[in-house]
Write a protein that binds this ligand. Sequence first.
Ligand code: NAD
Length: 266
Amino acid sequence: MSEVRAALVGACGRMGNLIVRRILATEGITLSAAFDIVNTGKDIGEIVGVGKLDVPVSDSKDLAKVLKESKTDVLIDFTVAPATAANAPVAAGAGVNLIIGTTGLTAEQKTNITEAVIKNKVAAVISSNYSIGVGVFFKLIKNAAEYLGNDYDVEIIEAHHNQKKDAPSGTAMTAAEIISKAMGGKEFVYGREGVCPRGKEIGIHAIRGGDIVGDHTVMFIGNSERIEIRHQAHSREIFVGGAVMAAKWVVSQKKGVVYAMSDVLE
Ligand SMILES: NC(=O)c1ccc[n+]([C@@H]2O[C@H](COP(=O)([O-])OP(=O)(O)OC[C@H]3O[C@@H](n4cnc5c(N)ncnc54)[C@H](O)[C@@H]3O)[C@@H](O)[C@H]2O)c1
């Protein structure tokens, strides 16, 4: 099979930097273009410290043109929600498949992206967490929620570094949605203050500080006992490997479909 040509939007960010390096180190995938709002015109290889690659950082306002000229098969996006909401439909319109890692997308933004994927007959993976370990964590919390049912109160605690823009994390929200579905529907309560008696809710709490890569704990709390299921990310590399794996996978999938990371892993 020919090399997958992958472009990256947010190439100069923390995740973008690592994904560029991983693409260079992975067989069967090549870096076709890089986009960001900073460092435009500079060589992305020099920005991430691997030497000249002859791939300039392009402004994302030229997205469709550069994607076509670079014969890109798949666009990997790790930026901020408003940028992804604007760029993903443009890339889909240019016939390019999508890997979306950006978190904090609203339901409306996700719907618009899904409509663009269907209309333009491309394939996409949207995941709040590309780690393989988190894929297993999601399966474990689903099982626990199905076994324990409504007799147990559920609280989710997540912790991230002090530069993270959105809260709660996309992963905490995915965990809450999985548990809510398994327990027949729950309200979400974000932190608590003042008089707030507990109802049939899932409590979601966000901690921000220092350089924490990403911790997620789900507590199932009953009378006289509790179960805690926890995932702790030690390095961003866990997301990077999954995102590049998904980029190689998505190009040969049925078009007009938005996939989850669980589809990639299966
Ligand atoms: N899904 C996952 O597995 C996963 C893992 C880690 C981080 N994330 C998410 O990925 C996103 C990026 O995280 P990060 O830590 O790399 O952030 P970051 O701030 O280090 O990088 C974001 C980059 O996007 C660029 N950018 C902003 N607006 C842009 C636009 N309109 N066009 C092009 N580029 C633009 C910024 O200049 C920056 O270089 C966040 O939403 C984060 O929550 C997801």
